[in-house]
Ligand binder design. Structure first.
Ligand SMILES: Nc1ncnc2c1ncn2[C@@H]1O[C@H](COP(=O)(O)OP(=O)(O)OP(=O)(O)O)[C@@H](O)[C@H]1O
Length: 250
């Protein structure tokens, strides 16, 4: 089932066109990887899926992003609620300067949950879901900064999923992590797709091959090819895709 349907999406600044009429369907409870060389528009595309580009005044968007058939750019859309449904995890782990527990509880509280017991239940659920609970269960009140980089990134994932989003956007989530933490994160992504629709931007072609069901290859703001990952990696239809996968550029 299609969860997000992107229709004729373009993005511009005064100086350049960043995205050129992108059309792409993202399927529910699957992992979609966005790959392509630096500057091809991957992050701008990802941010357009939960209106994070609204923070960049110099970027203008055209086209539609339908989430469950409703355009998220319609005037009546509550952006706060939208970002609850479509959560985001960033490149570098960015926990708040708070305890491990409070980092995960934060989103629940700003979304109006007051019942302490319920908050505790949901925090523990999210930490377990993010494969972090066993490592932190005895030190929930310690600062989030006491955790390793990989643990901090899983904490950020726990924070994002605590409010039970439907879609999880990940922008190069492993780029600041060591190989072991990267492997743990990839295993986690594999598990999370049971419950969430995941879109991941990655520079790392091998990683896209390992974690994703579908892959979209972007080049200079255009969607060159989009297919099931296995098919795109083994029998790409475009020469440009083949060259990129063979490491000839980017
Ligand atoms: N807020 C902005 N203002 C001006 N230009 C921008 C802005 N955001 C992105 N761009 C430009 O749009 C192009 C695409 O950027 P984007 O970050 O989406 O690419 P990317 O594929 O994610 O790159 P990378 O892999 O290096 O992170 C770049 O040329 C970038 O300079």
């Amino acid at each position: 089932m299609v969860k997000i349907s992107v229709k004729n999406l373009s993005a511009y600044t005064k100086r350049q066109q960043i995205l050129r009429k992108i059309n792409l369907d993202i399927y529910e409870k699957s992992v979609t990887a966005i790959i392509g060389p630096s500057g091809c528009g991957k992050s701008t595309f990802l941010r357009s899926l939960n209106r994070m580009n609204d923070f960049f005044e110099d970027i203008t968007l055209e086209g539609e992003v339908l989430l469950d058939n409703k355009n998220i750019y319609d005037k009546d859309v509550n952006v706060f609620e939208l970002r609850k449904k479509v959560g985001m995890v960033f490149q570098k782990p960015n926990p708040f300067p708070k305890s491990i527990f409070e980092n995960v509880a934060y989103g629940l509280k700003i979304h109006g949950i007051k019942d302490k017991k319920l908050i505790e239940e949901k925090v523990i659920w999210a930490l377990k879901e993010a494969n972090l609970y066993e490592e932190v269960k005895d030190k929930l009140n310690d600062s989030a900064f006491s955790l390793s980089g990989g643990q901090q990134q899983r904490l950020c994932i726990a924070r994002a999923i605590a409010v039970e989003p439907e879609v999880l956007l990940m922008d190069e989530p492993a780029s600041a992590l060591d190989p072991i933490s990267t492997l743990q994160l990839e295993r986690l992504i594999e598990k999370l797709k049971r419950d969430f629709t995941i879109v991941i931007v990655t520079h790392n072609i091998q990683q896209a091959g390992r974690v994703s069901d579908y892959t979209a290859f972007f080049y200079m703001g255009e969607l060159v090819e989009y297919d099931k990952t296995e098919r795109l990696f083994t029998t790409p239809k475009k020469k440009l895709t083949e060259d990129y996968l063979e490491g000839k550029f980017g």
